[in-house]
Design a protein around this ligand. Structure first.
Ligand code: BV8
Length: 238
């Protein structure tokens, strides 16, 4: 069984993608029956899609809220929360996922670079604070409104929008000695570049997933296997 030794001087940066939630029953984007099934990305995951058909966008994210509500964190989420307990501020988690399974497993030192499914915000960017929102909306008329009167939108980073917390993310990568990337195809940027940033900072980089990602050549180690099987035994803290 392959393992990663974590010493007292190590700082670990973890990046996760849809694959870590696959064993919790949440569809990934690229699998044949993936999330985009029935929906072209351009129709549900861009600002233009929102302008063209906000109701369809809300139906897409409402269906994902229903699925995520029913899902439970799996052994991979738990293993990362355990590692954070052991490493404290020498651990940092960045997820591309919008579900809340990392939080529900106990992760705290983390950011959602592509937003959060159970948060909504003003669609007119009036400056109001994003709000917790677990509602499932059947139609646009039933969607909550901002205090300014504008309809709320999902607090999600769509294609063409700027990922969240990028300053904090790049600062954490520059300090990392070990980057662990779990369950992501390496098809979306800038997340797919993080491994290059880590290598340039002198870190080792490990990928965990059942198939090699598009950016596999950038990794010092590729551990093939499902996250829920591999992560629980992967880290050896010295
Ligand atoms: C930006 C939220 C500027 C929505 C998402 C050309 C070159 C470079 C860049 C671009 C380009 N053209 C356009 C761009 C920019 C664009 C982009 O990258 N496009 C792609 C299509 C080329 N990116 C953007 O627009 C981003 N913004 O660039 O702004 C900027 C840049 C830097 C700094 C400031 C500003 C914003 C992109 C965000 C889009 N929103 N998500 C939602 O969730 O609905 S993206 C979404 O898809 C995910 O969040 C994730 O990021 C991405 C890919 O999904 P994955 O997580 O990788 O999942 P996938 O299905 O692909 O793969 C699953 C993997 O799991 C597989 O590898 C599989 O083997 C594995 N797996 C399966 N089972 C398991 C498993 N692994 C472990 N265990 C298992 N059991």
């Amino acid at each position: 069984m392959e393992s990663i030794e974590i010493g007292a001087k190590d700082r670990v940066f973890v990046l996760t993608g849809a694959g870590i939630s696959a064993e919790s029953g949440l569809a990934t984007f690229r699998d044949s029956d993936g999330l985009w099934a029935g929906h072209r990305v351009e129709d549900v995951c861009t600002p233009q899609a929102w302008d063209r058909n906000a109701e369809l966008v809300w139906q897409f994210y409402s269906a994902r809220r229903e699925n995520a509500e029913k899902a439970e964190p799996n052994a991979a989420h738990v293993a990362l929360a355990e590692l954070e307990k052991q490493l404290g501020d020498c651990f940092f988690l960045c997820t591309q996922n919008v579900d809340d399974l990392h939080e529900r497993a106990g992760s705290r030192r983390m950011v959602h670079m592509h937003g959060e499914l159970f948060v909504s915000r003003c669609s007119h960017e009036c400056g109001s604070v994003p709000v917790a929102d677990r509602a499932v909306y059947a139609d646009l008329a039933s969607v909550e409104k901002c205090a300014c009167g504008a309809v709320l939108r999902p607090h999600i980073v769509w294609f063409g929008e700027t990922p969240m917390e990028m300053e904090r993310i790049s600062a954490e990568i520059s300090k990392a000695t070990v980057m662990v990337v779990v369950g992501t195809s390496g098809s979306v940027y800038p997340a797919a570049n993080f491994v290059h940033w880590a290598r340039q900072a002198g870190a080792q980089a490990v990928y965990v997933g059942p198939e090699a990602p598009l950016n596999a050549s950038a990794f010092t180690q590729v551990v093939l296997g499902k996250a829920g099987m591999v992560l629980p035994g992967l880290f050896k803290t010295l």
